[in-house]
Each structure stands twice: as structure tokens, then as C-alpha cells.
Design a protein around this ligand. Structure first.
Ligand code: GAL
Length: 372
């Protein structure tokens, strides 16, 4: 009896005291098994009292940038302690020609819940196996459960055959042959304006490019996909269909030629905000922020939201999500990735509280440790 009691006490003691009670940005973040949370470029769904964290399952070593496993899911009630729920969407290990074949690039997955269809809908940036970042597609998967398994539905380029709401007359002119060629995707490798400005025209028929991405559901239930398009030069905000499974054809170009990546859209006090990064691969850079009264704009840039030491590199991180904390008024968490480009599985999660100044602009400051 004594032995059983001692054992019971030891279990209760270790459970209580291994519970995490604070965020430690940049530190190893152990899950319920003591393993660093493997959900990178992630995002969070809050549903029926539980937070679900989805993200890229990275592997150690040289294949770190490729999807060898799929999209991970973790669950939590308090945001500090996360339980590994396994792989929500698995890559296809059998068919190497499948859109989500093992070894493809599958990044920045996000999940939203559709109240009408009662489905959990996942969107992600997809690039096909062996084709580097050329395909620049959006992928969609669905599930009846938040933890999965998710079933892959389709992958495509956004809005083929549709012009954005704010299309300009020159976009509709014949596209110069130089613009039809493939660009490397970075700044400085585009031809000079005005041709550089018409990647939209080049991709009109086949669909627009979509890389770094996020989802946002507005108060009226309309969902939007926000992504780096036009060789990463310009962000598009696209309204989804009511079932959240495809594009409605209604979209808007924002921050033209500003090369924003990691864009996150959130809403506070009826205003829309975007926090994004510059376009420098796995290397960190200075964040940007912007505000608008309506989701399609006009968007006004507010500059770097970070202040203090490390602000010029977003505290060595890149935005991936902004989490409105449930039940805590006006509480938002910035989620970023500190990419370990040589061993991406070791990338660290940078979660910081967002403050808002007297104008309502978001402000980020470094904290070694903090709690809600
Ligand atoms: C980053 C992007 C990441 C990943 C990486 C690859 O700029 O935000 O999601 O695509 O480039 O170099």
C-alpha cells in the first residue's frame, strides 16, 4: 500500500510540476512527451474550448525544407502545455507523382472551421516534389475532426481567369514576352517597370502564384486567403467560397512590389491589421505592419511594429500567426519562427504579446519569459 501511495504521489507531483506556466520565446518548448514542438510556420484554431496548433513537421538534416511527414497537430487548453495529436495531414508515401508526395514542399498550413459544412478545412502552400518553389500552388485538405486525419482535396493556382478588384488598365494589355519567362522569384531579377508590374497579366490564364500564406475568418463568417503572389512581389487577399474549399474569384492586390512574406491578418476593434516580413528566405529581417478599415483596403503601412533591441530582425524571427486569446479581452499573441536553416527541426517558436499604442498600432517588444 505504501509503495502504491508513493508511486501515486510521484506521478501527481511530476505532472503538476512539469506543467509549464509561462512562454519562453526561443527556448526548447517540450510537448507532453518532452519533445520540442514540431509545428513550424504554424497557426492555431480555437474550437470548443481547445486550441489546436498546426504546423510543418520538420525533419533533422538536409531534407529539413521538404515535407517528409506532413502537418502536425497539437492541442492545449492553456496555451503553455501542448499534447502531441500526431500528424493531421500525411504526405503521400506511395505515389511520388501525387501533389503532396513525400518530399514536396508543404508550408504554412492553417486550419479553419466551417460551421455550415461542419468540416475542418486546411489550406497550405504547396510546391511539387522535385520542382523547387516553381509551382507556387495552394493546397486544400478537409477533416471531420480537428486533429485529423485530413484528406487532401486539391491543389491549384488561385483565381485563374479572374482579375482582381483593383486591376489596373495596363494589366490587361498584351504581356511582354520578357515577362512570360520564369523569374527566380527574388527582388532584382525582374525586368524593369512597367513589365515587372505585369506578372499578374502573365499568370491571368493559369492562375496567380501563391506562396507564404494565412487564413482569416471575418465576423460574418467570410473567409479570406492572404498570400505572397506575383513572384513574392505583391500580396493578394482572396475571398473564399462559402464552403471554404476554393476561391470565390473576388480578390485584391496589396503592397505591390513590397515583397512581403509571412503575412498575418487579424482584426481588432473593427480595424484590420497585417503583420508581415520582408522576403529573405530563412534569414530574419525587419517586420512590417499595416492597417485598414476594410479587408480589401485601403491598407496603410505602419512600419516595423518591433521596438527595442533586436527589433531590426523581428527578434530573429518571422511572423507566422497572430492569436486572439479567448476569454481575455484585447489580448493577442504574435507567433513567429526563428528558423534554424541548417537543421530546421530545431527552429524555435517566438511567441510575444502584442501591445497597441494610443493610435491602436501594434507594438512588439522582446520578453525572455512571460505569461498571460
Ligand atoms: C521563407 C518563407 C518560408 C520558406 C523559406 C524557404 O521566406 O517564409 O515559409 O518558404 O522562405 O527559403
Amino acid at each position: 500500500m505504501k509503495t502504491i501511495l508513493t508511486l501515486l504521489f510521484a506521478i501527481i507531483f511530476s505532472t503538476v510540476f512539469s506543467q509549464q506556466k509561462s512562454f519562453k520565446p526561443g527556448a526548447i518548448w517540450p510537448d507532453n512527451n518532452g519533445v520540442h514542438i514540431n509545428a513550424h510556420g504554424g497557426g492555431i484554431l480555437f474550437h470548443k474550448g481547445i486550441y489546436y496548433w498546426y504546423g510543418e513537421h520538420k525533419v533533422a538534416g538536409k531534407n529539413g525544407g521538404l515535407a517528409m511527414v506532413g502537418v502536425s497537430c497539437y492541442s492545449s487548453r492553456d496555451l503553455y502545455n501542448w499534447r502531441d495529436e500526431g500528424t493531421a495531414l500525411k504526405v503521400n508515401e506511395i505515389d511520388s507523382l501525387n501533389d503532396i508526395a513525400k518530399g514536396c514542399i508543404l508550408e504554412r498550413a492553417k486550419v479553419i472551421y466551417n460551421a455550415k459544412t461542419k468540416k475542418y478545412v486546411m489550406w497550405f502552400h504547396l510546391d511539387l516534389k522535385g520542382k523547387n518553389y516553381d509551382a507556387a500552388r495552394s493546397g486544400v485538405a478537409v477533416s471531420d475532426n480537428p486533429t485529423g486525419p485530413f484528406t487532401f482535396v486539391n491543389s491549384f493556382r488561385p483565381n485563374a481567369g479572374y482579375w482582381p478588384v483593383n486591376v489596373q488598365p495596363f494589366h490587361k494589355k498584351p504581356v511582354a514576352s520578357t515577362v512570360k519567362e520564369k523569374y527566380c522569384g527574388g527582388k532584382g531579377c525582374l525586368p524593369a517597370p512597367p513589365d515587372s508590374l505585369n506578372i499578374l497579366g502573365r499568370d491571368f490564364k493559369g492562375g496567380q502564384m501563391a506562396r507564404d500564406m494565412n487564413l482569416f475568418v471575418d465576423d460574418d463568417g467570410s473567409a479570406y486567403h492572404i498570400y505572397s503572389s506575383e513572384e513574392n512581389s505583391t500580396v493578394h487577399i482572396s475571398k473564399l467560397t462559402d464552403d471554404y474549399l476554393s476561391y470565390s474569384g473576388q480578390y485584391f492586390r496589396v503592397f505591390s512590389e513590397r515583397y512581403m512574406e509571412g503575412a498575418v491578418l487579424f482584426k481588432r476593434k473593427s480595424k484590420y491589421y497585417i503583420i508581415a516580413s520582408d522576403c529573405t528566405g530563412w534569414a530574419p529581417n525587419a517586420a512590417r505592419s499595416a492597417v485598414a478599415d476594410q479587408i480589401f483596403g485601403t491598407w496603410t503601412e505602419l512600419g516595423n511594429p518591433c521596438v527595442g533591441e533586436g527589433s531590426d530582425l523581428t527578434f530573429k524571427s518571422q511572423s507566422t500567426f497572430v492569436l486572439p486569446v479567448q476569454g481575455k479581452k484585447d489580448t493577442f499573441i504574435f507567433m513567429g519562427d526563428r528558423w534554424a536553416d541548417k537543421n530546421l527541426i530545431d527552429s524555435r517558436h517566438i511567441w510575444l504579446p502584442i501591445k497597441f499604442n494610443e493610435k491602436g498600432n501594434p507594438i512588439l517588444e522582446w520578453k525572455d519569459e512571460w505569461s498571460l
